[in-house]
Design a protein around this ligand. Structure first.
Ligand code: GRF
Length: 224
C-alpha cells in the first residue's frame, strides 16, 4: 500500500500538525504531509511546516468575496495536491456543505470536548462551568453539521478541582497529540472507513461515541 498524501488545515499554533508530521517522519503513519494550508497568515503552524520543507500556504478568507469562493479556492488547492486525507487541526473556519460533501469520508477533525457535549467554542470553560469531572477530546469525520460528524475516537482527562482553562487545555492537548497520529495512521493503513454516517474499523462498525482511547489494549488495538 502506497503512502497516503495528507493535507493539514490549520489556523494557529499547529501542535497537532507537529505530532502528525513527527509520526510521518518516524514511520508511525504510512503517509506524508504534502501541504499545510492556513486561513490566517504568519501563524506558528506555518513555520513548523517550513522547518520540515512542507509547502506552507496561506489562503486568507478575507481575500475572497464569499464563503463559497473561499471554499472553492481551498477545494481547488486540495485537489491540486491530490490529497487522500484532509486533516483539520485547529482550523477555525466553518466549511460550506458543498465543500464538506466533496471530501466526505476523507476529512477528519479534532475537537476539544467529549462530543456531542460542547460543540463550538470555549469547551474547557464550559466543562469547568458545568462542574464536569471528566472532559476530553474527540476525533470525527467531518460532515456538514458543525462538530457533528461520526466520531472515530474519544480520549478522556480527569478534571481536578484546581484545574483552570489553561491546565485543562494542556491536559486535553497531550491526549490529542497521541490520538490524532494514531487515527491518521489507521486511515492511511485503510483500516478506517466512513460509509454513510457509520464509521468502520477493520470492517467492524464503531459505536456511536467512537472508540474509547482508554480501552485500547497494549498494541493499541481497539476493542469495539
Ligand atoms: C486543539 O485543541 C483542537 O482540539 C482544536 O484546536 C486546537 C488546535 O491546537 N480544534 P493546535 O493548533 O494543534 O496547537
Amino acid at each position: 500500500m502506497g503512502q497516503k498524501r495528507i493535507v493539514v488545515l490549520i489556523s494557529g499554533s499547529g501542535s497537532n500538525l507537529q505530532a502528525i508530521i513527527d509520526a510521518c517522519e518516524s514511520g508511525q503513519i504510512n503517509g506524508k504531509v504534502v501541504a499545510v494550508l492556513s486561513n490566517k497568515p504568519f501563524v506558528k503552524g506555518l513555520e513548523r511546516a517550513k522547518k520540515h520543507n512542507i509547502p506552507a500556504i496561506t489562503l486568507q478568507h478575507g481575500d475572497y468575496s464569499s464563503r463559497e469562493s473561499f471554499d472553492n479556492a481551498l477545494a481547488n488547492s486540495l485537489v491540486g495536491f491530490n490529497a487522500d486525507l484532509i486533516v483539520l487541526a485547529g482550523f477555525m473556519r466553518i466549511l460550506s456543505p458543498d465543500f464538506v460533501n466533496q471530501f466526505q469520508g476523507k476529512m477528519l477533525n479534532i475537537h476539544p470536548s467529549l462530543l456531542p457535549k460542547y460543540p463550538g467554542l470555549h469547551t474547557h470553560q464550559r466543562a469547568l462551568d458545568n462542574g464536569d469531572l471528566i472532559h476530553g477530546a474527540s476525533i470525527h469525520f467531518v460532515t456538514a453539521e458543525l462538530d457533528g460528524g461520526p466520531i472515530v475516537i474519544q480520549a478522556q482527562v480527569n478534571v481536578e478541582s484546581n484545574d483552570s482553562v489553561d491546565t485543562l487545555a494542556h491536559k486535553v492537548a497531550q491526549k490529542e497529540w497521541i490520538i490524532y497520529p494514531m487515527v491518521v495512521s489507521w486511515f492511511c493503513d485503510e483500516r478506517l472507513t466512513l460509509l454513510g454516517d457509520q464509521v468502520y474499523f477493520d470492517k467492524t462498525i464503531i459505536k456511536t461515541q467512537g472508540i474509547s482511547y482508554e480501552s485500547l489494549d497494549s498494541n493499541a488495538k481497539p476493542i469495539i
